[in-house]
Design a protein around this ligand. Structure first.
Ligand code: FE2
Length: 375
């Protein structure tokens, strides 16, 4: 189910709609992220192609996308307007093939290539800089070619693929990486010598068992910076960014692919609880965290940054997050001043019904909606 909250003329409205993608052979999925590109909202799930929706109605639009698996975390390049994507198991379930490519600002395929990963694994997110595409391959491997089932195999190790954007898969370079797990990469950039990216790292993946059925660990995600030299093959270098427990790191998307100073994320305050109870702002320059705790029972979703206006300075804007508050039997959209998270929300939009925990979302400014695809 896709949920939309619209802000206009001092009022908010809410709508939701099922997304039931029909693929050639079976019912697909589109339950992970929704982003806006080339006039359409793309509902995304990593094992299937995107589903195109009209943002104002959430009904299917006529836009079409390349067939095959397509990550739920494609990356917008704010300089070129491209959307860089990848898909794992690109030659079918259990295959080691990875494809990566880009859609141009009009939605047309402008780059596509393939390479083979060391094993078939779940790859949730990638790093994209001005010139490079980098893909961590963690040993969360497919256990069955018939079902979407994965197990943690630390004996296989982790690797990082680095490829020039627009380049051939034959030229991919591989680096050894720490045997840990991460779902999400907050941002990436490069200088003359190195490529850097920031991610929330777990010692073992929190949602998946070992091959012997051992239950998943409850280890917590910590923000780390990984980097590699672009002109040699030395293993990934790791730097800790903070000892907080966080997930769902988002940034001011205007800085995607560039150096930046703030990660906005969810934070786990109560270690015995699952999920996340707080919104946090991690200041990378100062190494500090400001956060606001919604209470032990609350369930807090990914914060989305909205610039105060299109050319506002970085960090000058709002954070939007859907919060479930069982103590109030309601869901709301909390609006924070992004630079003052610890002060708590400056506004809350009470929603007319519960919005169950989801994964990701996007803000689409009305200036982009004016170009909504109507075909
Ligand atoms: Fe995700």
């Amino acid at each position: 189910m896709i949920h939309a909250v619209s802000f206009a003329d001092g009022r908010c409205s809410y709508r939701n709609r099922w997304v039931l993608p029909q693929t050639e052979h079976a019912l697909g999925k589109a339950n992970t992220h929704a982003i806006f590109h080339a006039g359409s909202l793309m509902a995304l799930e990593e094992a299937h192609p995107p589903v195109a929706l009209a943002p104002s109605t959430l009904t299917r639009s006529g836009a079409s996308y390349p067939s095959g698996p397509f990550t739920a975390h494609p990356k917008h390049d704010p300089l070129t307007g491209e959307l860089v994507f990848f898909g794992y198991a690109a030659n079918g379930l259990g295959s080691r093939a990875v494809r990566c490519g880009a859609l141009d600002r009009s939605g047309y395929l402008s780059w596509e290539t393939r390479f083979e990963a060391p094993f078939s694994s779940m790859i949730h997110d990638a790093a994209v800089t001005l010139r490079h595409f980098a893909l961590p391959v963690f040993p969360l491997v497919r256990e069955s070619v018939e079902t979407f089932s994965f197990a943690w195999r630390p004996d296989l190790g982790s690797y990082l693929a680095v490829l020039e954007r627009g380049g051939s898969g034959d030229t991919v370079r591989w680096y050894e990486a720490p045997t840990v797990y991460a779902f999400h990469i907050a941002n990436a950039w490069e200088d003359q010598e190195r490529l850097y990216f920031d991610l929330f790292v777990y010692d073992t993946p929190p949602l998946f068992p070992g091959p012997d059925g051992q239950p998943p660990s409850q280890k917590q995600g910590r923000p780390c910076r990984w980097s590699v030299a672009l002109n040699d093959h030395a293993p990934v270098r790791v730097e800790s960014l903070h000892d907080m427990c966080g997930e769902f790191g988002r940034i001011d998307d205007r800085l995607a692919g560039s150096q930046y100073d703030q990660i906005y994320c969810t934070s786990r305050i109560y270690s015995q609880q699952s999920g996340f109870q707080a919104i946090a702002r991690l200041d990378l320059r100062k190494g500090t965290v400001d956060q606001f705790d919604f209470g032990r029972q609350a369930s807090v979703s990914e914060p989305v940054f909205v610039p105060r206006y299109s050319c506002a300075r970085p960090d000058d804007g709002w954070l939007l997050s859907v919060i479930w508050r069982p103590d109030f039997s309601s869901s709301c959209v909390a609006v924070f001043d992004a630079a003052r998270v610890a002060n708590g929300p400056v506004a809350s939009v009470i929603l007319p019904q519960r919005v169950p925990d989801g994964f990701h979302g996007s803000f689409v400014p009305d200036v982009l909606l004016a170009g909504e695809l109507s075909r």
